[in-house]
Design a protein around this ligand. Sequence first.
Ligand code: PEP
Ligand code: MN
Length: 337
Amino acid sequence: MIIIMNKDATREQIDNVEHKLSELGFKTHPIFGEVKTVIGAIGDKRHLNPQLISIMPGVENIVPIMKPFKLASRELKQISSIVEIGDVKIGGNEIVVMAGPCAIENESNFVETAIRVKEAGAKIIRGGAFKPRTSPYAFQGLEEDGLKIMASAREATGLKLVTEVVDTRDVELVASYADILQIGARNMQNFRLLQEAGLSKKPVLLKRGLAATIEEWLMAAEYIMAAGNPNIILCERGIRTYETATRNTLDLSAIPVIKELSHLPIIVDPSHAAGTWKYVGPLAKGAVATGADGLIIEVHLDPPNAFSDGPQSLRPDKFAELMNELKPMASAVGRII
Ligand code: PEP
Ligand code: MN
């Protein structure tokens, strides 16, 4: 439910409405707009007679939120959210690029990759320290040693860090190193993990599940938001379809759909969608053209010898070339990269 306060409502009136709602067992989420304040109230509607609230001083109107996702919904918040990671802003005019290897392998390669992707224009370095692999026998990541390597790459370059957390027990540890917590496709509906990430103060990059509908994905975001963390970046990374020519099928239609349904920023991972480095560029361009707020791209110094996802990784020079090609694409849609 959304309580729309009238434009002259005082802070005290807003506080009183929030207080009343929390007495009735509702969680409140005020959004202070330029003209009006609206209060999102999430809870069991059966405990509420809306008239009770509608007659409170300062209240203009009460509107139900029709979608099953509430805090993530554009019904609640019409202005697009911008997730700030220090001076890097995701969801504004700039298309933010995150790049780096699938997995952190060793310090010198990772730091060199960070320097190369930064030179090409990336703002955030990616890399997995905890790797959820299809095979239990495949490389599982360097764990905390990998996080330490990431931190030294941040030191060397000033780039922000995004890395995946796969277990509730590691959220605190990963959050102590990372600037953004990544929740991977395989964990999109790991509800305990979502709640734990919701308790963290770090922004969360929430990848779409391999076979998740857009609604299920937004419900996953809702779990994080309901636990108290509004800083979510959605990431479309391809879904499982009958097509086998690519690793996954990149659902670019998710971008305008998400933009309509939600105020959250959305980025695209063309690497895991393509599965092959050759298709990464065209998919990245498509993502920019359809309104993505950012990209996350796998880059490796020596793809044939990568510990994971080598076939879909770009070499740094190819990545730099792609970044240049994306500039006119971004400006054609009124954005910068
Ligand atoms: C990754 O980013 O390396 C990864 C494992 O991605 P996804 O969860 O999208 O498969
Ligand atoms: Mn990968």
